[in-house]
Design a protein around this ligand. Structure first.
Ligand code: AGP
Length: 587
């Protein structure tokens, strides 16, 4: 989490830093700050809130600087806790979490040093300042040796003009050269269009001082190979839509089509086929929306391949001492490929003998690098914090993986339909959910219910709604309502029932009637016309015909759309919901 940037070159640093930070806001937007080295020393400007608060600093003069956009971990999202942090001429920005910050800080306090923030990061400036003997690079290395946890750092020093020292451990950092300008960034989007980029390796250092020199952990200079990055990392724009989320939903059919083509290509490769033949157990690892994609895939896999499988919340998996039977295939699902919990879970599954497939939307991601096989989603860059098209693309990839497994295992399997045209149609039919928002706008809670695969879609619909509209909601198995959650229903409580599995439809309708009888406003997302017209149903989105096991790829669309409309109606920003960030790179 958090985005960091750095610039040293011939031009003015401030505009380069601020523009870079805008492109990194997906990593957090609680506060922002820059430090620019001018004629009279390093000047720091910080603001609580988004990067636009730094526009007042665009005119700062100076040819070197560092910047930061924050997702708060330690310390409230205030100006005082914003980066850069400075101590005795050392100025730095940090991404990551310092786990021993409290102990280190106690040591500094005992020496009579004072702190001005509540962050874990400020102590790093103290450590480096204490080690400084006229060589910033050596001081940074000595300071880093005391740190436990994760960090990507860009550090400047009042006494060493024009220099930036970079360090990283378990947090990404890219260093780049563009003509006479040298740049640092947490991720590629901040460097969009730059020519020569290098990913700093684990424990490595870089010194930007007219040129870039890379060092290993013991400060011996090393040569690094330029990193080839996918062109799709280019900076995205809203393409005429009011929000990225709306645009990204419109891109769902294309994302599904491209992912299908990619899956057909990738899954025909023989090394993966051999692993699939041996696979006896499947663990799908992911967080948030990616976990929900895993749940949908588990339902599909078990029904079609009859292979035992589980979908695991990655942040739980890593701490539950998981049993990994022999011939387990671990499937790590992640839009970013950088989610710390998913990476840690995947590492653990591998350590315990599983073969690892990464299903990511980011070709250069950490998960892809550690995986035995990569099954890419081709959703294109997703900017809105709420995952939409990447979820649909994950489902397509996972359904194709299931198909490949079935074939490898000699199980009968009907060819997967291309549902991208149905998704197009669903997008059009989903527009009507804008009429539902009256019931949601001032509600105290909302419920999403379903059974089987419909329950998985309900979970995702609920997450989307609470994430971007701040309306408390629950995704619930329809049959479980009567065991407690029904008590939440009062006059006008909105309930969305997903109903696409013929076998379960009447059963879900029982729950619909129970909710309606208690005053709920019931909305339906269904493939069955006969249920849409029932008295208990206030309104319905009728989905194009689709197998109930594959239907989440369609039924989620009106739910995403609903969350979007409710968010806008409640005055929230669907692209940048409060307290969240697109890429969750801390535990
Ligand atoms: C979804 O809308 C969320 N923003 C979140 O749950 C997200 O899916 C989760 O953090 C996992 O991210 P990843 O796919 O990049 O690993």
């Amino acid at each position: 989490m958090c985005g960091i940037v750095g610039y040293t070159g011939k031009g003015n640093a401030a505009p380069a830093l601020i523009d870079g930070l805008y492109r990194l806001e997906y990593r957090g937007y609680d506060s922002a700050g820059i430090a620019v080295e001018g004629e009279n020393g390093i000047q720091i400007v910080k603001r609580a809130g988004r990067v636009k608060g730094l526009e007042c600093a665009r005119g700062l003069e100076g040819h070197a600087g560092i910047g930061h956009t924050r997702w708060a971990t330690h310390g409230a999202p205030t100006e005082r806790n914003a980066h850069p942090h400075a101590y005795h001429g050392i100025v730095l920005v940090h991404n990551g979490i310092i786990e021993n910050a409290y102990t280190l800080r106690e040591g500094c306090l005992a020496r009579g040093e004072t702190f001005v923030s509540d962050t874990d990061s400020e102590v790093i400036a103290h450590l480096i300042a204490a080690e400084y003997r006229g060589n910033l690079l050596e001081a940074v290395r000595a300071g880093c040796e005391k740190l436990k946890g994760s960090y990507a750092l860009a550090v400047m020093c009042e006494k060493e003009r024009g220099k930036i020292v970079c360090a990283r451990k378990r947090s990404p950092l890219i260093v780049a050269r563009s003509g006479e300008n040298l740049l640092v960034a947490s991720d590629l989007p901040a460097l969009a269009g730059e020519a020569e980029a290098y990913a700093l390796g684990e424990g490595e250092f870089a010194l930007l001082d007219g040129d870039i020199t890379f060092y290993d952990a013991s400060l011996s200079p090393i040569q690094k190979v330029r990193t080839e990055f996918d062109a799709s990392t280019e900076l995205a724009d809203r393409g005429g839509y009011p929000h990225f989320m709306r645009k990204e939903m419109a891109e769902i059919p294309a994302a599904m089509r491209r992912t299908r083509e990619e899956a057909e290509k990738t899954l025909s490769l023989s090394p993966l086929y051999e692993v699939l033949c041996q696979t006896e157990y499947i663990q799908i690892l992911g967080c948030g929306t990616a976990y929900h994609a895993g749940l949908c895939a588990k339902t599909f896999l078990e029904a079609t391949c009859r292979l035992p499988s589980e979908a695991c919340v990655a942040s739980e998996y890593r701490y539950r001492d998981p049993i990994v039977p022999s011939n387990t295939l671990a499937v790590a699902v992640s839009q970013s490929g950088e989610t710390a919990d998913t990476i840690a879970a995947a590492e653990l599954a591998k350590e315990r003998g599983a073969r690892l497939v990464a299903v990511t939307n980011s070709p250069d991601s950490s998960l892809n690098r550690m995986a035995d096989f990569v099954l890419p989603t081709r959703a294109g860059r997703e900017v809105a914090v709420a995952a939409t098209k990447s979820f649909n693309a994950q489902l397509v990839a996972l359904y194709h993986l299931s198909e490949a497994l079935a074939r490898a295992k000699g199980k009968p399997f009907s060819p997967l339909p291309d549902l991208s045209a149905a998704a197009e149609e669903t997008l059009l039919r989903s527009e009507r959910v804008e009429n539902w928002i009256k019931s949601f706008q001032n509600a105290r809670t909302a419920l999403f219910i379903g059974r089987g695969a419909d329950f998985c879609a309900a979970l995702e619909g609920s997450l989307k709604l609470k994430e971007i509209s701040y309306l408390p909601s629950e995704g619930y198995p329809a049959g479980e309502l009567k065991h407690g959650t029904l008590a939440l229903i009062e006059d006008g409580t909105p309930v969305v029932a997903v109903l696409t599995c013929a076998r379960l439809a009447e059963k879900t309708m029982n729950a619909v009637h129970e909710a309606y009888a208690r005053g709920a406003h019931v909305f339906l997302v269904t493939t069955f016309l006969e249920y849409a017209g029932r008295e208990a149903v206030r309104d319905a989105v009728l989905l194009p015909p689709c197998d109930g096991l594959l239907s989440p790829v369609l039924s989620v669309i009106p739910l995403q759309m609903l969350a979007y409309f409710v968010s806008v109606a409640r005055g929230a920003d669907p692209d940048k919901p409060r307290n969240l960030a697109k890429s969750v790179t801390v535990e």
